[in-house]
Design a binder for this molecule. Sequence first.
Ligand code: XIL
Length: 431
Amino acid sequence: MAAGVHGGISDGSVVEGNSGRRAIAFTVALSERATSTVSLDYAVTPTSASRGSDFLAPTTPRRLTFVKGANGFTPVAKMVTVPVASDTASEGNETFAVVLSNPSVGVLLADAAGIGTIIDDETVRRPLMGAAVRSTTLAQEPGYADIAGTRFDLLTPENEMKWDVVEPQRGGFDFRAPDAIVTFAVTHGQTVHGHTLAWHQQNPAWLTAGGFTRPELIDILTNHIATVVGRYRGTVSVWDVVNEAIGDDASVRSSIWTTGIGTDAFDIAFRAARTADPNAKLYINDYNIEAPSRKSDALYALVAGMVARGVPIDGVGFQTHRTLGSISAPGLRSQFDRYAALGLDVAITELDVRVPVPASAADLAAQADTYAVARDACIAAPNCASITTWGFTDKHSWIPYFFTGLGAALPWDSNLQTKPAYDVIAPLLRN
Ligand code: XIL
């Protein structure tokens, strides 16, 4: 081995693929003999076995830098998408090799190769991975802050951008809590998913009990959006402009906005957000829409109407607060695809999978399977932009407070140890 560097590939698998792309997950590890900082290039290349010839060419090498920590080198899980030639109808046992080389000495690490198998035939994209976070916990718990800052591409303030925090008095804004999260994200090279601008909950009493006229409410709503979205222009890349517009009865929910302004309240909100930041993606976000249902149809009708009216909406957020086994790939794809047909993105915005607590090993294994359904549906859908979990550790999760007897819904446990659900999302996370 060159210069004492010894790299290895393990856990190779092809997560998803379609006629044009393959997503390949693998883990790179370095031997402890290596010096303190090592750069490796990795490339995915066809092998001669079975349908390996589908690959057009090895990928351009990409650089991985390992820095030795107190506990040595941490293995790095990666996912790479590679272009492939037109596919045939049949799924195959296609194989690939991940090849490591050391750029400083230009020597191939000949024994550093892994083999994987095509397991699916769907379109591939790498979604951004996100987590909802709490500003106070980021400040108080270094272990929490470390995971939040290093493993995710984007952060969602769990409560800090809600109306009662940000505008506790009419026209009196308090940005301390959201600023803390935005600053943390920028410091860590992350983007922020803003949540949320027009909702029926967590609104201050001055707003809900103010007895405002329609013109006053339009002024309040547009001023709020102009101020909040304008403040974070360029750093918040996507906004949940409207949250939970459809009720459980599948009609448009009555709220301060729909009763006080009327059916055009959401159009007004989206237009105000576009004006305040023309580059931010603007989403509508809801729960229990992950499969065909009266509610998901009602949301689709609302969104399709907006698109037809030229309202500036870019995507639909699927909260995906779920129980074991309660989502399916076909169910999710049926929804993702019809928004794609409208030209819209989708995202999994608040993923968690609650189980009875204390959680059994069997339930945690089943939970990982439910996470995998969400992951694979998003990877497979060309318009699925991101997967965000609602929190990431069971220590800080809304579930036990809102669902009696249930919890343990997230990929890290309450001691920040990883669970089977973590292994499902790990190939997509930052390292
Ligand atoms: C929840 C938070 O997680 C809790 O801390 C808070 O007490 C209530 O709100 N759908 C949403 C989120 O869109 O804003 C909610 O967040 C969870 C359900």
